[in-house]
Design a protein around this ligand. Structure first.
Ligand code: AOF
Ligand code: ZN
Length: 354
């Protein structure tokens, strides 16, 4: 199952609103078929693994990271496909909250005499499907807040633009995290001060840059910003409110920038409504990268599902911008899931229980 879960990671953020599921078919200790949910979400993992296994599936064990589906979508139910292939045993990890499936997939298998073992490494599998699960349960995309803190708890330096707080290994990890999300989101203050790319610049994964969203109700982002200048190659969204300047909007639009209309609430963008729009665009995981005000806004609205803190070894000092959050004031309801060194930096991750 651990191998099936690792395999499922391959298509994370590439399967639309469907989770990226992994299936391994094993016979006499040998993997004879592999499947991962296809790009866009279909076909599902199981039929691909069954096809690869061919006749070898008969009497074999299938490891699936999500309960096999029981509904007739664009493809017949995966539970029926496993039965038809003659699989003797199915080992499942995460349960599926989708009411068309929940419990029904396993019931189809058991009714056909297939031996079923449920919830093997269920938490590990669910962790890789968190976008899908949060979307199902909370009816909005998963919000992942990432902050890089200096040793003295700062996330930047006033007037200094981008300052490097973490080293190259941690930065590569951040790029990988971006690749596994549907969008990266920052506030317009950060977008102006840092002029970031917010892309994935890892060898072999450059095509995995997610969409970029800048919270910018007044369309303050300059046309010369890197985000605007590269909007034709990586989808870039701004969030004008109803008072935003129409001619600016046209100029930005002509450069490929896209827009998500935002409602204002007490002088700030209404985040629940924005997230609803993002869910409507098919997004399941939003990676919030700052700055402090944006992080605070998501935290205050109780809209953060996962917190990732990197701690660098160096201090920034009195010119620093204080982080809204550190290891000692993680909100209630979060559980630490990971503590790992990347070079000289320490990464800790907390997840809010579903
Ligand atoms: C599986 N294997 O690889 C995946 C599953 O719109 P559809 O017909 O593709 O169905 C989407 C639902 O299928 C989704 O909500 C989830 O319950 C399940 N995803 N199931 O057996 C897979 N990706
Ligand atoms: Zn299926």
């Amino acid at each position: 199952m651990a191998a099936a879960i690792r395999f499922s990671r391959r298509h994370l953020s590439l399967t639309g609103t469907n989770p990226s599921v992994g299936t391994l078919i094993v016979r006499d200790g040998v993997i004879v078929g592999r499947g991962v949910t296809a790009l866009g979400g279909r076909p599902h993992a199981e039929p691909q693994a069954i096809e690869e296994a061919g006749e070898l599936a008969r009497g074999a064990t299938a490891y699936v990271t999500l309960e096999p589906c029981a509904h007739h979508g664009r493809t017949p139910p995966c539970a029926n496909a496993l039965v038809a292939a003659g699989v003797a045993r199915v080992v499942g990890a995460a349960n599926d909250p989708d009411e068309r499936v929940s419990g029904k997939g396993y019931a189809i298998l058991r009714a056909a005499g297939v031996e079923v073992t449920e919830r093997v490494l269920a938490d590990e599998a669910a962790d890789l499907m968190s976008g899908y699960l949060v979307r199902s349960v909370r009816k909005r995309p998963e919000v992942i807040l990432k902050l890089a803190l200096s040793s003295d708890g700062m996330i930047g330096k006033r007037g200094a633009g981008q300052v490097s707080i973490t080293g190259p290994v941690a930065r590569a990890q951040v790029h990988l995290m971006r690749a596994e999300c549907d969008a990266v989101l920052v506030g317009v203050g950060t977008a102006i001060a840092d002029d970031p790319d917010l892309t994935v610049r890892l060898s072999g994964l450059q095509s995995r840059s997610p969409s970029r969203i800048v919270l910018d109700p007044s369309l303050r982002l300059p046309v010369s910003a890197t985000l605007v200048q590269t909007a034709n190659s990586v989808p870039t969204y701004l969030t004008p409110d109803q008072n935003a300047d129409q001619s600016r909007r046209e100029t930005l639009g002509s450069l490929g920038v896209r827009f998500l209309a935002s409602e204002m609430h007490e002088g700030r963008i209404a985040l629940p409504e924005l997230l609803e729009d993002l869910a409507g665009q098919g997004m399941s995981r939003i990676f919030v990268e700052g700055g402090a005000d944006t992080a605070r806004a998501f935290l205050m609205d109780d809209l953060v599902d996962r917190i990732i803190l990197f701690r660098g070894p160096d201090a920034i000092g009195s010119e620093g911008i204080l982080s809204p959050l550190d290891e000692n004031n993680i909100p209630q309801g979060f559980e630490m899931k990971r503590k790992e060194h990347f070079g000289a930096d320490l990464c800790r991750e907390w997840v809010r229980k579903l």
